[in-house]
Ligand binder design. Structure first.
Ligand SMILES: *Cc1c(COP(=O)(O)O)cnc(C)c1O
Length: 392
């Protein structure tokens, strides 16, 4: 992992922490207020005319949340960031901020399920979409329609961890006059900086690695100041899916250890991934470290986080249940990116058609590597895989 030293400084105390003239507090003050009082009615009315830059009401700006917003904008090399009460609030705000009735959205790669469910719902408002699983720039160019306004990317993709060439895709989409948005939650801004590759908008869930302790929900959008004004006035202020000052403070605390957590989780995940690859009960391991185009992986990522998947040689739900339920050091649950290792599998026994449409094998299991230690986690997986082979 080749982290930028400037990014490590940004995660710790730096000039983004200053909230008043003079020295910066080592721990950000939690400004618990719904509104800000003005000396005169005229001053308040002037503030209301510039709510994206003035403290008027905490549904717009809050000083604690702004510290986190400055840090995430700086880490992503973007001009502006807004934080939200969840990753899905951030995803919704981008879609509501940039889309109009009649627009088309193209989703490229394997996309987080609820994001696609939101797109289904947007059909009610006259926004259509397609999902493209071929990730090369030529296929993306061929799938663009005259009314495609937004191309939504995930790289690596949910569950399959396939990597796409962001620079190539962003360039064909830009030539078409549409916008690109990427969900950069897996890599975090420390490991992949899509705005520097030509992508227009970045969204994050901060409920995963950014906060890192599985104890809150948060999200963020980073883009240019101009586009953010559109998202701020059309979606942020009106949807009201804001982040609270208290939770922003917790994410700021989580950020302090993000570089160190990522280094450890990358190393442990790679140890486990190599161990799984060598196990006879495992057909394949889905991790960007094993992607075909390693030159692209090296160009796009400064390193890997600790979430990946593998597919069992026994490609059936019974084997998946046996392996997952046989683990002792993984918690069974949704989400990822915390300090406790987690496991989940997409196959439920009654979603065969959907999995087939998404080209996700039934025997797929996703794990998020926490901080228990690679030896403990790999032997746990090995004992459960061994037992499942004996039972089959
Ligand atoms: C969890 C997740 C989200 C949604 O974030 P929430 O904070 O749970 O709303 C979005 N994208 C990806 C890739 C996720 O894993």
């Amino acid at each position: 992992m080749q982290l930028d030293p400037e990014d490590i400084a940004t995660c710790l105390l730096d000039d983004t922490d200053a909230i008043a003239p003079g020295g910066a507090p080592m721990s950000t003050p939690i400004v618990m207020t719904s509104l800000f009082a003005f000396p005169t009615l005229e001053a308040l009315q002037e503030g209301l005319r510039n709510e994206s830059t003035t403290h008027v009401y905490s549904r717009g700006l809050n000083p604690t949340v702004e510290v986190l917003e400055r840090k995430l904008a700086k880490l992503e090399r973007g001009e502006a960031c807004k934080c939200f009460g969840s990753g899905m609030a951030a995803v919704s705000a981008v879609m509501l901020g940039v889309l109009r009735a009649g627009d088309h959205v193209l989703f490229v790669n394997h996309i987080y399920g609820p994001t696609l469910q939101l797109a289904d719902h947007l059909a009610t408002f006259g926004v259509t979409h397609d999902v493209l699983l071929d990730t090369d720039a030529a296929s993306v160019a061929a799938a663009l329609r005259p009314n495609t306004r937004l191309v939504w990317l995930e790289s690596p993709g949910t569950m399959t961890f396939r990597v796409l060439d962001l620079e190539a895709v962003a360039s064909v989409v830009r030539a078409h006059g549409a916008l690109t948005c990427i969900d950069n939650s897996w890599a975090t801004p420390l490991l992949q900086k899509p705005l520097t590759l030509g992508v227009d908008i970045v969204v994050h869930t901060a409920s995963k690695y950014l906060n890192g302790h599985s104890d809150l929900m948060a999200g963020a959008v980073i883009t240019t100041a101009e586009r953010m004004r559109e998202i701020f006035y059309r979606a942020y202020l009106l949807n009201g899916g804001i982040q609270s000052a208290h939770e922003a403070w917790l994410v700021l605390r989580g950020l302090r250890t993000l570089p160190t957590r990522l280094r450890q989780q990358e190393a442990d995940a790679l140890t486990v991934a190599h161990g799984l690859r060598a196990h006879p009960a495992v057909a394949s391991v889905h991790h960007p470290a094993f992607a075909e185009d390693q030159a692209l992986v090296a160009r796009q990522f400064r390193g890997f986080s600790g979430t990946f998947a593998f597919t069992l040689a026994q490609d059936d739900v019974t084997s998946v249940r046996r392996v997952v339920n046989g683990l002792r050091h993984f918690q069974i649950g949704v989400s990822w990116g915390g300090v406790e290792s987690l496991v989940i599998a997409p196959a439920s026994g009654h979603n065969e058609a959907r999995l087939a449409a998404q080209q996700i094998p039934r025997g797929t299991i996703r794990i998020s590597i926490g901080l228990e230690g690679a030896d403990v986690l790999l032997s746990d997986l090995q004992q459960s895989l061994d037992a499942s082979m004996g039972a089959a």
